[in-house]
Design a protein around this ligand. Structure first.
Ligand SMILES: [Zn+2]
Ligand SMILES: [Zn+2]
Length: 258
């Protein structure tokens, strides 16, 4: 057994299961009666609307011009999309990275509640935010790969937010989502607070690809919740390309402003 793996029958695992059962039940009730804006509490929302119009206006979408590789928004430029200086000096392993919105309120708060409080009731609001980019690009991939969690983190959290977001971003292409090929084999500390070099060290050899034939010669879309420095998606991309993937493009729901 993996050293930090908690057996399913262990009391800690059972308590964790009960906690998440409670969270999921609350989420289901909220999904059935979504009348108040989940951000500001304004109600009652019109039918089909999951976020009030004021909170929706607060969403800061990432717009052109952006870097054609890393997706950074270039606010001081009126030019078309082009490579930023950093990507000109060193190309990232992925072909392109795109994010829906900047990592700020209300997106950051909704993602935080999903990830750390297990509130799946925020998913419709996130879906509405993604809908601002309708039709969503990157629908021409062969496989969709969520950035994986380590098994111990998955058990602790109860779900992988990147998988939930992959379903949300590509609702008509769920059959292409691949969950067991790219796996996280090493438990790592959270990247928050680490600088570039430490982030890379922290994630060194953290991922591997099982069943490489499933990604070989495939165009992959790699999905994560937040693009911060790109270290995580770069490490995943390297592993997928090493396993024979033809191309990796990255999509995240949010991107931290630089
Ligand atoms: Zn609101
Ligand atoms: Zn760039």
């Amino acid at each position: 057994m993996v050293k930090d793996q908690v057996p399913v029958s262990h009391p800690v695992a059972m308590l964790s299961d009960l906690f998440f059962l409670q969270k999921w039940l609350k989420g289901i009730v909220d999904l059935l009666f979504p009348s108040l804006c989940p951000v500001c509490g304004t109600g009652l929302l019109p039918d089909g609307q999951t976020l009030c119009s004021l909170c929706l206006q607060d969403v800061s979408l990432i717009r052109s011009p952006c870097c054609t590789a890393c997706g950074r928004e270039m606010i001081d430029s009126a030019a078309a999309d082009h490579l930023c200086g950093r990507c000109l000096r060193k190309s990232p392993p992925y072909s392109s990275a795109r994010a829906v919105a900047h990592y700020q309120e209300p997106v950051s708060g909704l993602l935080h509640r999903l990830k750390y409080q297990g509130e799946i009731s925020v998913l419709p609001a996130l879906r509405e935010i993604v809908g601002l980019l309708s039709p969503f690009p990157l629908q021409d991939s062969d496989r969709i790969v969520p950035v994986p969690l380590h098994l111990s983190r998955l058990r602790q959290r109860g779900f992988n937010q990147a998988l939930l977001l992959a379903n949300l971003l590509f609702p008509n292409r769920k059959d292409l989502i691949l969950v067991d090929s790219l796996i996280r084999v090493r438990h790592t500390i959270p990247q928050t607070g680490l600088d570039g070099g430490d982030r890379r060290k922290n994630l060194h050899q953290a991922f591997t690809v099982r069943f490489p034939e499933r990604v070989r010669r495939k165009n992959i879309v790699l999905v994560d919740d937040v693009f911060t420095t790109g270290t995580t998606v770069s490490e995943c991309s390297k592993m997928l390309l090493r396993a024979g993937a033809a191309e990796v493009r990255v999509v995240t729901l949010a991107r931290v402003r630089e």
